[in-house]
Ligand binder design. Structure first.
Ligand code: F6R
Length: 640
């Protein structure tokens, strides 16, 4: 059931929405989460004001997590700059970890005050957040009272939600009943894995929580769910297009008649109308869409490109592409040549060769290259083979490590180095302080500055060992230590002018012909995205300089994702020997081997992920009918 009533006008104009037979929840897709959050904040502000005009209280259900942060930021701005008042607002938060002290930096109590309540004029008595310190005996009654209190206020006028990868809303994990009320719940393993980075390890994540129930949430008069980033794409598709099931509790929202999902393009990637629009209705076929469709058709029919027939196109929603393209034969040849031409063993351009159909220019023969690496090992993990070829083929290769990566070094690794230092230098009291603070550190407490410094040095030396192995002189290695990263916690500062200037200065000094950067957009709050934003902003500042006319930017993807085949514009093959050399280069990053701090839900080591990914790309090319390589590294060009 698609419902659009009461949807504020701003969603209809700014967002992109089409009814399709696949979708059971009204949703709007925005280009950026920023723009989308501002629209949601506007809807909340409008509601508060209209309630105020009627002399009524406005009862808001609020969420925590990364998704609503920008909405809260905008509400705070409206309060400070536009006089939006919260004096008629009563809030009920969705959930809280259990047990949890209110003053802990991990509590949702802390989160809400930090992001919203401390900056607005809400009456503190109107704030309700489940209390993580209630005793086990009192918990059951406490939860019943929480629901009763919401009811006494006349129910929730508006409920803001995020969605977990398990499909949870609030902390209603798979298995939750559609009629459930506020209660205590055991957290799903995936939810704990997702929370692990901010708790500095899964062992520190509570196992239980208090959450508003599905029944409580569903009684809200209006619901808006926010979803940002590619890692929400699969669960959003299941929720919006799938059957209602307790295995994906968010699907219960299909039964609510005034819900809107506000999502960004990356989060919408898996929706049928975005992923395979030819199955939904007529399409405007540009080169990118036809390539995407042909790769999909090969996968569906289990055929290589040159074996696709008119019937295959006609039977699978692509008949108007066929009309535009002439015949399967013509379409197939164009696609095959396009893919064939992405393959090159000369990522810096092949000297004295006709470069009309090559990904890179032949001249200048020797190029200046900057490889930007967000963390100190992304260069070798993501493009170790290409990196090696660029050096081997005589280009002037520079590597710029954007962040120190210090928080990803474990305490026992740091202690090992501190003890080596101590043995060499027994009288140095600074080393004693480091050893002492590492030995006394409890759980997820922040590191002291000197411990962070030591951890940063460990990563710098590992990087130098790897780049020396690849053959780059030390003077071409640049440790940028961008300030946004240096918070000592998982939560980073937003990108600042200083970060952009550091990146821009390096580009202006080297005047590169090629820049390689991590094009990871999967996580809107992640370090890779911030590092990329710093590069994009620097390019914007510098683009009027003549030397920038000769600068081409190639985006690689980090350890987590790869470009889709139709997006690839340069594919660099690797021989089995080169695969092994890349593996060795990754091994130099010892602090990131054998059980890293931020493993995520993929337990493979980085070198395994890299090899499997490059092998997978090679296999995909082969299945499409191209040559059979051991591995391929993939790049997409960015035009600024
Ligand atoms: C938070 C909550 C959770 C989050 C969900 C998504 O109060 O109830 O359901 O909304 O886990 O979290 P983020 O936004 O961090 O991806």
């Amino acid at each position: 059931m698609i419902t659009k009533q009461n949807t504020s006008i701003q969603y209809k104009t700014a967002g992109q929405f089409e009814d399709t037979r696949f979708e059971k929840i009204h949703n709007v897709v925005f280009q950026s989460s920023d723009e989308a959050s501002i629209c949601v904040a506007q809807e909340i502000a409008d509601l508060i004001k209209s309630k105020n005009a009627d002399n009524k209280l406005c009862v808001l259900g609020l969420a925590t997590g990364s998704s609503p942060i920008r909405v809260y930021e905008e509400l705070v701005r409206m309060h400070k700059e536009e006089g939006l008042s919260f004096t008629n607002v009563v809030t009920f938060n969705l959930d809280e970890y259990y047990p949890m002290e209110q003053q802990s930096v991990h509590s949702y109590h802390y989160f809400m005050h930090q992001h919203l309540f401390d900056h607005i004029d809400i009456n503190p008595e109107n704030i309700n957040i489940p209390n993580g310190t209630v005793s086990a005996d009192e918990l059951h009654q406490y939860c019943i009272d929480y629901d009763l209190k919401i009811k006494e206020y006349g129910g929730l006028d508006f409920q803001l939600l995020g969605i977990g990868r398990t499909g949870h809303i609030g902390f209603n994990e798979p298995g939750s009943h559609y009629n459930s009320g506020t209660r205590s719940i055991t957290l799903d393993h995936i939810t704990r894995v997702d929370a692990a980075p901010s708790f500095l390890g899964i062992d520190n994540v509570p196992k239980k929580a208090i959450t508003m129930g599905i029944g409580t949430v569903k009684k809200a008069k209006r619901i808006v769910l926010l979803g940002w980033g590619a890692n929400k794409a699969t669960i959003l598709k299941e929720t919006i297009e799938g059957k209602i099931t307790s295995e994906v509790p968010a699907t219960y929202l299909q039964e609510h008649n005034n819900t809107t999902f506000v999502i960004n393009e990356e989060a919408a990637e898996e929706l049928t109308r975005i992923k395979t629009p030819w199955l939904v209705g007529p399409c405007l076929w540009d080169e990118e869409l036809s390539s995407k469709a042909i790769v999909w058709l090969c996968d569906l029919t289990n055929k290589s490109i040159l074996r696709l027939t008119d019937k295959d196109y006609n039977d699978n929603g692509m008949s108007n592409l066929l009309v535009e393209g002439g015949s399967a034969y013509d379409l197939n040849i164009i696609m095959f040549n396009k893919l064939q031409r992405t393959i090159t063993g000369w990522p810096g351009g092949k000297p004295n060769a006709d470069d009309t159909n090559r990904p890179e220019r032949a001249t200048p023969e020797k190029k200046r290259v900057i490889i930007f690496s967000p963390h100190p090992d992304d260069d070798v993990i993501s493009m170790g083979g290409t990196f090696d070829r660029l050096v081997e083929q005589g280009h002037e290769v520079h590597v710029a490590y954007q962040t120190s990566g210090n928080i990803a070094v474990s305490d026992h690794e740091a202690l090992k180095f501190a003890e080596v230092l101590k043995d060499i230098n027994p009288d140095n009291s600074d080393i004693d302080l480091i050893i002492n603070s590492l030995q006394c550190k409890k759980g997820d407490y922040e590191d002291t500055l000197s411990v962070r410094n030591l951890k940063g040095i460990i990563r710098r030396k590992e990087s130098l060992a790897a780049t020396r192995f690849v053959g780059v002189p030390d003077e071409n290695i640049h440790f940028l230590n961008l300030p946004f990263y240096e918070t000592g916690t998982v939560k980073k500062n937003p990108i600042g002018q200083e970060d952009i200037d550091i990146v821009a200065n390096l580009i202006a000094t080297i005047k590169p012909h090629q820049i390689y950067a991590a094009g990871d957009l999967a996580d809107p709050h992640g370090t890779h995205k911030v590092c990329l934003d710093a590069i994009f902003a620097a390019l914007e500042n510098l683009k009027h300089n003549d030397y920038m006319d000769d600068c081409w930017v190639w985006l690689y993807r980090g350890a987590w994702h790869e470009w889709d085949i139709h997006q690839i514009e340069m594919a660099v093959p690797m021989s089995p020997d080169q695969v092994l050399k890349k593996r060795k280069a990754i091994f130099y990053h010892q602090s990131q081997k054998d059980g890293v701090m931020f493993q995520g839900n993929d337990t493979r080591e980085f070198w395994v992920r890299a090899e499997e990914r490059n092998n997978d790309t090679a296999q995909k090319y082969n299945v499409l009918g191209l040559a059979d390589y051991a591995a391929l590294e993939a790049f997409k060009r960015y035009h600024f």
